[in-house]
Structure formats: C-alpha cells, structure tokens
Write a new protein. Structure first.
Length: 329
C-alpha cells in the first residue's frame, strides 16, 4: 500500500501502534505480542496494523464465548482469515459464568483467556479499545458514581494490557478495513439494547453530541486523561504516606492523621487490597478513614472477606471477624 490518501487510515493505526511500543518498557516492547481479535472492525484493523508494524512478532487470540449459535464456526473462520493474512491465530473457548451479569462474566472469561495466551512473561496483549470506547467507559463511571478511578477510564498501558487505539475514533478502524479490503464481522450483541453500553453508544452519546454541538467523545476522553494524571499524583503521595505509616502488618494512626483525606483513603485502599480485601466500596473506605480522621472511640468496621478493621493501641489492625457465639447477645 502506498502513502496515498487511500491508505491514510491504515497509516494512522500503524502510527498508533508504533507510538505505543515506543513508550512500553524495553522488555515488553521487545517481546512477542498477542492481539485479541473478534473479527470486528476495531480488533481486525488493530491486528493487521500490528502485524505490519511488528513483522513475525504478532499472533492473534480469538475468544469464543459460546454465547451465540454458531460461535465456534465464526471463531474458526476469523482465525482462518487471519492466518490467510499471514497472522498466526488460535481460538480460545471459554465458559461465561459467575456474578455481575453476562457482560461482566464474558469480560472476565475473555481477559483470562487472553492472559493465558501470552507466549512469555513480558508479552503484551493488545486490545482494540478506541476513543469511542473510552468515552462510553467515562459515561458509565459517571452514571454509576464509581469515583475518579472509574471516570479516569482505561490506560494505554496497564500490564499486560496495551491499548494503542485510545486516541483513534471508531470510524478510522472501519476505514482501515475498507482500505485493506478485509471482511468485517458485526457482532449482533453490539446492537442489543439489553446491554447498557449499547444504549450509551446508540442513544446517549449521539444525543449528547447533538445537544452540545459535537466533540463530546473527545472531551470525555480528555477528561479521563486529566483524571488519570491527577490520580497518579495522588497515588504517589498515598504510597509515601502508607510507607511512613506501616508498622509490620499494621498502620500507625499518628502517621496518617495530618494527611488530606483523599490521599489517606488511597493509602488505606492500597493497604487493604494488598492484604487481600477485595470489592471495597466508597462506604468501606470512608468508614476506615473515620477510624483515623473522625475517631470517637467507635468500634471496628466489617469488610469483605470476613474481615474487621479496628483501631487498637494507636494502630489500624486488620483481623478475622469474630464468630458470634450461639445464643450470644
């Protein structure tokens, strides 16, 4: 393909891949690469752009979720088409189950399969999330009140996941597929209004673009980038605060009292998660923070996983919740 206008979309994607790898850690940038490919325009365009930019280093992983009739046949066809384009490809069949609904369960299964497909410990997995996907993620976070971490959206590099297309619009990936003359598969789930993200894509974002006279997706992506930068700065301060407060497995309260609550809560979140406490909510963190910033002699707080956080002898102590005695009051 020449550098003519007809190849501008492909050139844009190859540039996105090149820039992403220029910013990756050296051992990651030199490792074999896996690209998650569903056969849709975004992932197909990314796979072919990455294969062109990183010859003989790219393989594709096609995940069969088994959620539609004929999914195995489709997955095999996608893998076969990629092999025809010179990209080694394999199908990974998963079982979609567990809490959180179909979307969440499918995502967990897909990410686990892609992680397992990595040929080496430093191998990155390229995901085809675009600027449009980023805008949808920010809106979901806003609507759910999930806090700044959620509104900050997806990172371009979050080991082992690399997302080269976060600055690229969806219409560019479609144009690239047209330039390459490749057949694109359209997932019917992408039009199913039962899924919240689908309604955001087809109803909410177009309405916002109309009401606010355009540029909404780009504005949401910029907001996410700004929040990630702010979040990184707060995380650095929180790590220092946590290090100063650590006393073996506990935290010294005196070392945390003079710290801004936003920083302190981040330090507490990191400490609790490293101790194995998952599924923390904002209420959990604010209750934990109150043991430091609003101490009135209150008792401990219950945390997920059958754990309690208590203040004892000037320290925050994480312990197993006590089992109530039979007939006890």
């Amino acid at each position: 393909m020449t550098a003519s206008r007809a190849g501008a979309a492909v050139a844009r994607l190859r540039l996105a891949v090149r820039r992403t790898f220029a910013e990756l850690p050296a051992e990651v940038a030199a490792a074999p690469v896996v690209v998650g490919c569903s056969g849709g325009a975004d992932s197909l365009a990314l796979t072919l752009a990455a294969a062109a930019e990183l010859p003989d280093r790219v393989r594709a992983a096609v995940v069969d979720h088994g959620l539609q009739d004929g999914s195995a046949v489709h997955a095999a066809a996608v893998a076969g088409a990629l092999v025809g384009h010179g990209v080694p490809a394999a199908v990974h069949t998963v079982v979609v189950e567990g809490p959180g609904g179909t979307e969440a369960a499918a995502r967990r299964a897909r990410y686990a399969a892609l992680d397992a497909a990595r040929p080496g410990p430093h191998s990155p997995v390229l995901l085809a999330h675009t600027l449009d996907d980023q805008a949808e993620t920010v809106l979901l976070g806003l609507g759910r009140g999930s806090g700044p971490r959620s509104i900050a959206g997806m990172r371009a590099w979050d080991a082992p996941w690399a997302r080269p297309l976060l600055d690229v619009r969806r219409d560019v990936t479609r144009a690239a597929c047209a330039e390459l003359g490749v057949r694109v598969w359209h997932d019917p789930h992408n039009d199913d209004p039962r899924f919240t993200r689908v309604r955001l894509r087809h109803e909410v974002l177009p309405l916002l673009e109309d009401v606010l006279a355009g540029g909404v997706a780009e504005a949401l992506a910029r907001t996410a980038a700004q929040l990630r930068e702010d979040g990184d700065a707060l995380d650095t301060l929180a790590a220092r605060a946590r290090e100063a407060a650590e006393d073996g497995p506990h935290l010294r309260v005196a070392a945390l009292t003079g710290i801004l609550p936003a920083v302190r809560r981040r330090a507490l979140r990191a400490w609790l998660r490293d101790a194995g406490v998952n599924d923390l909510t904002d209420l959990h963190l604010r209750s934990a923070d109150a043991l430091v910033g609003r101490w009135r002699g209150q008792g401990g707080i219950a945390l997920p996983g059958g754990l309690d956080l208590v203040r004892r002898d000037g320290r925050l102590v994480l312990r197993r919740a006590e089992t109530p005695r039979p007939g006890g009051g």
